[in-house]
Design a protein around this ligand. Structure first.
Ligand code: ADP
Ligand code: F6P
Length: 329
């Protein structure tokens, strides 16, 4: 957390990293609060690349019309490997200063916040973060924008798959997103009644899952759903299916949900979270505070230092996994 002294007259808003449903609602909240506080607002297009390619546009109240319900991000997003190098961050800082941008709002995940923290550290550019990622893996906020929508999207798919699983007495493995994080898998697994959940944080053995399926079969349970986070290798559900086939002879059908989890209209919960955090980010800048992310803890909006948000590990509550296992007998 840091304080700065200059008066804020003009701010820039950008989205960075993977898109997440609700990013538009956060942009809308930030822009409308800023304009109602007499600030000038520009949007930077395409994340950190937008600073290097000088892609910015003025944003008005009307530009925010009809976007609260839209997935994706009207400002575009992306990954910008150059930003890992100081020379490119310096180029971006020169552009920010030339455009007379006094403060910025970064909507993204921990990688984007690391870049934002560096812009403060190296060039004293005041930035406030808003956590937008479907993975829900940012320390300091109980929820991130997009997570609830992604869980509901995956759940809808699982409910449909369950119809086929039950009709054909089949075993399914549904792969959800989450490279290093099992939040989506754990929540969807619990809400969808999964018989087994594979998450990176708490690996379970294929043997244990097979045992559970066999025990279900002996009690007349003829179909099962397993949920697996993609982990380091999207498509790992096929490896799991092959292992299960080799070790038990069971034929597991695979369904990979993929990027549909990143899209779609945000849920009410994500729109509300995005509106609260986007608005609070502007208030924080107007109070001359920066180098922080807005988060939600016990339903209250809080300020979390970027240094904590990017360095601390948000733990998945293992109770979700235990409960899902207990309830899916
Ligand atoms: P997310 O913000 O969703 O975690 P990424 O990890 O892909 O997504 O990060 C988004 C962008 O943030 C990267 O493409 C890069 O431009 C910037 N970034 C990530 N890590 C760093 C870093 N260590 N230093 C500077 N910039 C970074
Ligand atoms: O946004 C987070 C995330 O969905 C991860 O769960 C996933 O591994 C990654 O993004 C994939 O992103 P992309 O396809 O954009 O590289």
């Amino acid at each position: 957390m840091a304080q700065f002294s200059k008066e804020i007259k003009k701010i820039a808003v950008y989205t960075s990293g993977g898109d997440a449903p609700g990013m538009n609602a956060a942009i809308r909240a930030a822009v409308r609060v800023a304009i109602s506080s007499q600030l000038e607002v520009v949007g930077v297009i395409g994340g950190y690349s937008g600073f290097l390619e000088k892609q910015i546009q003025t944003l008005s109240l009307r530009d925010m019309a009809n976007i609260i319900q839209r997935g994706g991000t009207i400002l575009k997003t992306g990954r910008c490997p150059e930003f890992l190098k100081q020379e490119y961050r310096e180029k971006a800082a020169d552009f920010i200063q030339a455009e007379k941008i006094d403060g910025m709002i970064c909507i993204g995940g921990d990688g984007s916040f690391t870049g934002a923290h560096m812009l403060w550290d190296e060039f004293k550019i005041p930035i406030v973060g808003v956590p937008g990622t479907i993975d829900n893996d940012i320390w300091g906020s109980e929820n991130t924008i997009g997570f609830d929508t992604a869980v509901n999207t995956a759940l809808e798919a699982i409910d449909k798959i369950r119809d086929t699983a039950a009709s054909h007495d089949r075993l399914f493995i549904v792969e959800v997103m989450g490279r290093n994080s099992g939040f989506i898998a754990a929540y969807v697994g619990l809400a969808g009644g999964a018989e087994g959940i594979f998450v990176p944080e708490n690996p379970i053995s294929v043997e244990k899952v097979i045992e559970k399926i066999k025990s279900g079969l002996s009690r007349g349970k003829k179909s099962s759903i397993l949920v697996a986070a993609e982990g380091q290798k999207p498509g790992r559900a096929y490896d799991l299916a092959e292992q299960i086939r080799k070790k038990s002879g069971f034929d597991a059908k695979v369904c990979i949900l993929g990027h549909q989890q990143r899209g779609g209209s945000p849920t009410a919960s994500d729109r509300i979270l995005a509106s609260r955090l986007g608005a609070a980010a502007v208030t924080t800048l107007l109070e001359n505070e920066c180098d922080v992310m807005m988060g939600v803890q016990s339903s209250r909006v809080v300020r979390v230092p970027f240094s904590d948000a990017v360095s601390k590990e948000k733990e998945l509550d293992k109770e979700y996994l235990k409960l899902a296992s207990l309830l899916s007998t």
